[in-house]
Design a protein around this ligand. Sequence first.
Ligand SMILES: Cc1cc2nc3c(=O)[nH]c(=O)nc-3n(C[C@H](O)[C@H](O)[C@H](O)COP(=O)(O)OP(=O)(O)OC[C@H]3O[C@@H](n4cnc5c(N)ncnc54)[C@H](O)[C@@H]3O)c2cc1C
Ligand code: FES
Length: 269
Amino acid sequence: MLNSYLPKIAVIKNIKIQTPEVILFTLQLKNKEDQKNFKFIPGQFIEVGLPSFSEAPFAVCSNPDDSNKNFQICVRKAGQLTKKIHQLKINDQLTVRGPFGNGFPENLTGNILLIGGGLGLVPLRPLILANQNNKNFKMQIFYGACEAKDLIFKDEYKTWQKSANLALTLDKQCPNWKGNVGLITTLFDKIKVDSSATAILCGPPVMYKFVIQKLKQAGLDDANIFLSLERRMHCGIGVCQHCSIGSKYACKHGPIFSYQELKNIPGAI
Ligand SMILES: Cc1cc2nc3c(=O)[nH]c(=O)nc-3n(C[C@H](O)[C@H](O)[C@H](O)COP(=O)(O)OP(=O)(O)OC[C@H]3O[C@@H](n4cnc5c(N)ncnc54)[C@H](O)[C@@H]3O)c2cc1C
Ligand code: FES
């Protein structure tokens, strides 16, 4: 029987620096059979750890169609564990439990608006990669970062633009930046959003309140607005109660919730 507490060993197969603070790691489970059977839904996370040190949740951010071969996580240096993960080299090992959580709604069709703030683009990337040739999926992407140096997945934008309408914004004007300057909400004042769209938001908590206001002004239904909630997590499987939101747990019932589910839970957003 699968034991959700039992970590599996993963080997680092590739390392790609994204920004001075963020690294993209390609991982492969050491046990070939486990890797072949590895599957995830975009929006799900895994607990990644270093034995006898600690572990933390990270969104799986690669194309789900490749998940039988390998998978990727994008790690921002935040504290002790992530600092140690940043020091790892190709062929070093770490532990992985999961995937956990519900992930984004499956079989999305129609107009899909992905809104990523900062590292919030990470869990959205599998949706983008998996739907590049999906004719039932009209993708619009709003992505905002602080400065030009903070933009992640930069070398993929050209490819994404073939199948998606990608709008970028920076909080501050940077040398040679010709795009939009201003918070992510300023994009709504310049680019039309379809009122029948399904919106998926991921970013710093402060962004949610203001982006939801814009989505409501554009006429989106509460049930068509989904957001990923970040809470401190430990077990990842609804046991330790560290990630509670009212009567729900972010790890087990989320991390993806519809605005309709959350809007009446005090402190949820
Ligand atoms: C579902 C989920 C998915 C995540 N996906 C990613 C990802 O794809 N990439 C990534 O880099 N990070 C992700 N995180 C955040 C990541 O888990 C934390 O940054 C990590 O726990 C930091 O560990 P640390 O020991 O290095 O830092 P710590 O020493 O534990 O913390 C350093 C700082 O970060 C803050 N912090 C730690 N965890 C969180 C959290 N969950 N929410 C808000 N602040 C926090 C602490 O308060 C402290 O200020 C995700 C978190 C969740 C809950
Ligand atoms: S992380 Fe333990 S209950 Fe959610």
